[in-house]
Design a protein around this ligand. Structure first.
Ligand code: PEP
Ligand code: CO
Length: 453
């Protein structure tokens, strides 16, 4: 790596999965405008997140990270944002009860627009076009003009991210997340069914505790934690011209922050030595996630961690393993041993989605609920036997009643996938599956920790 970092030094490194824009002038025109726009998140918020993540690294917290695989311009509306936020709150309550730990809430929201694709082009009826790479880059419809990368989409994505964050901030601090509403978060199509009943029981128990504390004078008026939540945003740091334009110096510390999201991660396909994505991430103070899939070379990972976190700061690096059911046993124990023997401080999170994607008989990309659960369970058991802290979960999910992942108590079958398959990229858990999974994860953690709700 070159010694001198700047927000644009990534340009001199190996770049994968970045679009080739037809006109560099048009791209500069868009990014020059973006450079003038206000930051979306603030250095002080990132510092607060860094502190919470340092706790997670010590085993004193748990990360819940979730949201769309790809946010889209078409699915952008207040109800979708509210519903995803609400399900994350519900899952956080369930996981708090299961882990007895503070839950760090990270949305894959307000910026999760750019996608790496396994193939650069897509063929249909003899026509070959550029693959869809996320709404910040090109359009999903299969025609030449939509699939051309358009830099003006960067500005539209910024504007959508700003509105999304505005609403999230209002929900997090403006009353919606007040714990006294814990019973009413269970709404809509999730209301019926066994996991809804289980949630209601837990919510009733929390309400009883709130009543008890109120009698002691501890309530939403006296205690902010009961009234609002800290909610952070995250996305894959993929589209580097966007990330560069939102990289700003914090005037109080003189340090550089990415202000497009609180937490950024490096995807499985852009995580390699000499990667421009690693170069970009090494210069910012935000916490960084690194996806770890079956192709990861542990020697390379150690070198990348040295580059990204030379001072071995607790909470800076989250390793997000995404091996897939049946493969996790072959890779994770060795990786943990290696990281431990090198003395690297990391948070271990589990993404049980990306290693478990299959093509259904009906032709849809899907993920069986059982496979997702299997990977999470094995992950927790491995950490338990290695003596490390299973510190988080990373999910693709939505608050909507979609039919994209099969199974779960919702009993979504191959045949019903077509009913409400709306994702712009990978299949997401729907709200009911997400809540069910949170309960099952809480059960596994409890079993491994011998704690009880
Ligand atoms: C993702 O999180 O959407 C993704 C593309 O993951 P990965 O890099 O792990 O494949
Ligand atoms: Co995905």
């Amino acid at each position: 790596m070159a010694n001198k970092w700047s927000p644009s030094s990534w340009n001199k490194f190996t770049l994968k999965h970045l679009p080739v824009y037809p006109s560099q002038d048009d791209l500069s025109n868009a990014t020059d405008q973006l450079k003038q726009f206000p930051p979306l998140v603030f250095a002080g918020e990132v510092r607060a997140l860094n502190k919470s993540l340092a706790q997670v690294a010590e085993g004193k917290g748990y990360i819940l990270q979730g949201g769309d695989c790809a946010e889209s311009f078409a699915e952008f509306n207040a109800n979708n944002i509210r519903d995803t936020f609400r399900v994350i709150l519900q899952m956080a309550i369930i996981l708090t009860a299961g882990t007895h730990l503070p839950i760090v809430k990270l949305g894959r929201m307000a910026g999760q627009f750019a996608k790496p694709r396994s193939s650069d082009t897509e063929k249909k009826d003899g026509i070959e076009l550029s693959s869809y790479k996320g709404d910040i880059i090109n359009g999903i419809s299969f025609d030449k003009s939509s699939r051309n990368p358009d830099p003006n989409r960067i500005l539209k994505a910024y504007s959508q991210a700003a509105s999304t964050l505005n609403l999230l901030r209002a929900f997090a601090a403006g009353g919606f997340a007040d714990l006294k509403h814990v019973q009413s978060w269970n709404m809509g199509f999730v209301k019926s069914g066994p996991q809804a009943e289980r949630y209601r029981d837990l919510a009733n128990q929390i309400q009883a505790n709130l009543n008890f504390m109120d009698a002691l004078g501890i309530n939403a008026e006296t205690t902010t934690q009961l009234r609002k939540v800290d909610f952070y945003t995250s996305h894959e740091a993929l589209l580097l011209p966007y990330e560069e334009a939102l990289t700003r110096m914090d005037s109080t510390s003189g340090e550089m922050y990415n202000t497009s999201a609180h937490f950024l991660w490096i995807g499985d396909r852009t995580r390699f030595i000499d990667s421009g994505h690693i170069e970009y991430c090494r210069g910012i103070k935000n916490p960084i996630g690194i996806k770890c899939g079956p192709k990861l070379n542990p020697d390379e990972l150690i070198k990348m961690i040295d580059i990204l976190n030379p001072n071995n700061t607790a909470g800076k690096i989250t390793l997000i393993s995404r091996y897939g059911k049946g493969l996790v046993q072959n890779h994770l124990p060795n990786l943990i041993k290696r990281i431990q023997s090198e003395g690297k401080i990391v948070i271990w999170s589990c993404d049980p989605m990306h290693g478990n994607t299959i093509k259904s008989e009906s032709g849809y990309k899907t993920r069986p609920f059982d496979h997702i659960l299997d990977e999470v369970k094995t992950n927790i058991e491995i950490h338990n036997s290695e003596g490390t802290h299973a510190g988080g979960i990373h999910l693709e999910m939505t608050g909507q009643n979609v039919t994209e992942c099969t199974g779960g108590l919702a009993e979504i079958t191959d045949k019903s996938l077509g009913d409400r398959y709306h994702t712009h990229c990978d299949p997401r858990l729907n709200a009911s599956q997400a809540i069910e999974l949170a309960f099952l994860i809480a059960d596994v953690i409890q079993k491994n920790n011998n704690v009880s709700i």
